[in-house]
Design a protein around this ligand. Structure first.
Ligand SMILES: [Zn+2]
Length: 98
């Protein structure tokens, strides 16, 4: 589903409750990432929140390529178990700040 809503940052996507669809430019694998979790993930990593940063940071879970087509979507997240508990966030925080 294509959308022409102006969004500059990962936080904009999260605030509007959109998700992010990624399609691997190498193997074609598709995934939909939860926008709220993605914004939190970026924040924890202290990455730039700019929307262009998504294509630079997201890696294909199948072939590990870093060349996704990124689109904003209302489709549901394809892996709801990803970062689905506070303990996972706590672990991530510990790993990054350790
Ligand atoms: Zn791939």
């Amino acid at each position: 589903m294509g959308m022409n809503i102006k969004m500059e940052t990962v936080s904009d996507i999260a605030r509007k409750r959109f998700n992010v669809a990624c399609r691997c430019g190498r193997c074609g694998h598709k995934a939909v990432v939860d926008g709220l979790k993605l914004a939190r993930w970026f924040h924890y990593h202290m990455w730039s929140s700019h929307i262009d940063e998504i294509a630079r940071r997201v890696r294909c879970s199948k072939c590990r390529a870093k060349v996704p087509d990124v689109t904003i979507t209302t489709a549901l997240p394809s892996n709801p178990k990803w970062m689905d508990s506070e303990s996972k966030w706590k672990d991530l925080h510990r790993r990054l700040r350790g």
